[in-house]
Design a protein around this ligand. Sequence first.
Ligand code: C5P
Length: 534
Amino acid sequence: MSLLQNKSVLIVGLGLIGGSVARGLRSGGLCRAIYACGRDERPLQQAQADGVIDEWSTDLKSIAVKADVILICVPTLTVRRVFEDLKGVVSDTTILTDAASVKGSVVEDFQAVFGNECGQFVPAHPIAGSEQTGYLASNTKLFMGRKVILTPLANTDRTALLVVTQLWQALGALVNEMHVDTHDAVLAATSHLPHLLAFSLVNTLAHEKQTEDIFRYAAGGFAGFTRIASSDPVMWRDIFLANGPATVAVLDAYVQELGSMRDAIVAGDGDLLRSRFQSAKDARDSFVRKHFSNGNGVETYGHSNQIVPAQKVVPVLTIDGPGGSGKGTISARIAQTLGWHYLDSGALYRLLGLAARRAGVSTGDEALLLPLIERMRIRFGPDQGAIWLDDEEVSSELRTETSGAAASEVAVHPAVRQALLELQHDFRQMPGLVADGRDMGTVVFPDAQLKIYLTASVEERANRRYKQLIAKGIDVNLSDLFVDITARDERDSSRAASPLRPADDALLIDTTEIGIEQVVALVLDLIRQRYLST
Ligand code: C5P
C-alpha cells in the first residue's frame, strides 16, 4: 500500500500545478484528505464545489496543523514566506515539499527558516508547466509521463523522500533524483534560457513597425518558438532572480555564439554559417537519436525530459542474482526513479533461446547459434515492458519457464556470451544504466560504480514465481517450479563461462524476508550517497 494512502495533503497555492495535483490525488483516491490554501478565495471555492478538495482556508497556519504532507506551489520567491508561516506550526513529522522551478534558492530559504538539521523537506520540481495558468487550467493528467526532479539533501528523511516519490509516481510522473546544483545548472540551459529567448524575441518583434504582419503571418517556427513567451511573468521573474548565476553563465555563452553568427552574416561568410548550422544539426540529431527515440527512429523529444548527472563517466549500477531474487522488479523501479536506462540482460538470452526454437536450432549448438545472434532484430519498448523479436511482440512468450530454461541453455556457450557483450555495452548511455543479470558486475561492467547481488531462498523464489504465474492465469505446480529453479541455479552457477556469482566488490542483499520497497529505498540511498550528494 502507498504510504500516502492514509495521509492528508495540504496544497499551498491552488494554481495550475497545485490544482492539477489536487485533481490527480482526488480522482485516484490517493490520499485520505486534500486541503488547499491560497490568497484568492475563488479558486478555493471552485475546487471545493468541484469536489477536488475537502476543505480550504486563506489562513495558512490554521489549516497547516491538519496536514501530514504540505506541498508548496507558489512562485519561487514566495516560498520563503510560506516556510516562515509554517515554522512553529507544523510538527516534526510533517513532510514539506514544493514545486518551484529553482531548487538552490528554495533549499537555502528552507535552511534559513528551519535550520540545517531538519530533514523533513523534499525539494521537488515537476517539469510539467504550461503557458496557461491558474486553477481553471489544471487537469488530472498534467503529470502523466512527465519528469519530476527531486533534489534531496544528504540529511533528507528517507520516509519523507519515499512519500513524495510515491505522490508524484501515483500521478503518473517519472521521478528522477539530482543534486540541487546540477538541477539548477541543467534547468538554466534547458528551460530558463529558452524562456528568456522567447520573451526577448517577442519583445523585439513587437516593437517592429510591421508587427501586425509578423504576428498575422507567423506560423510553424515562430509560433512554436514563442509559445512559452505566454508563460506567467511573475513565475519567470522569480526564476531568473533565484537562478541568476546559472542563467547568466549559459546566456553569456549564447550571446557569444549569436555574435559569431552575426559577424558571419555581415561578412557574407556562407561557409561559416553553413558549418555552424551543420554542427548544430548534427549535435541535435545525435542527441535526439540517443535519448529521445522510441527504437523506430521516431523522435519522442518533448514528451520527456532526460536528466544528466554531474559525472563524465556514464554511471552503472549492476544488480545480479538468481531468478526470483527480485532483481527485475527492483532494477526497473530504480531505473525509472533515476531516469536511467535499463538493461534486462536475461531478456537477450531468452530472445536467443526463442530465436533458436523458431529456427529449429538446438540450444546446444554453439556454431549455429552465432549466426542467429547476427540476424536477430531486437527492440525494447520505452518502459521496460515490451520486447520485439523480428517485428513481433514476444514479451509474454519470453517470460515463460520454457523460455527461461532455453535461455540458460544458450547462456552456457562462451562464444554466445562474447557475441552478446557489445550489445550489452551499447546500453551504457547517459544519464546512467541499471544492468540486471548474472554477470553484470563480474564480466560485463566490471568497472560499475555500484554492484548489488540479490539472493533469496529457493523456497521463497519458487513461491514468488508461483504467485506471478497464477496471477497471470497460468496453471503451474509449486514443486515442479522448485525443481526447475534448482536446476537453473545449478546450470547458471556451475558453467565455466561467466558463472552466476557475486562480484568481489558487490553488496549482498538477501531478499527472502524483506520487501521490494525496502530494497529499492536502500539501493537508491546508496546511489544518492555516491552520485548525488557530492
Ligand atoms: O534473468 P532471467 O531469468 O531472464 O535470465 C534467463 C537466463 O539467462 C538465466 O537463467 C541465465 O542462464 C541467463 N543469463 C545469463 N547471464 C545474464 C542474464 C541471464 O547467463 N547476464
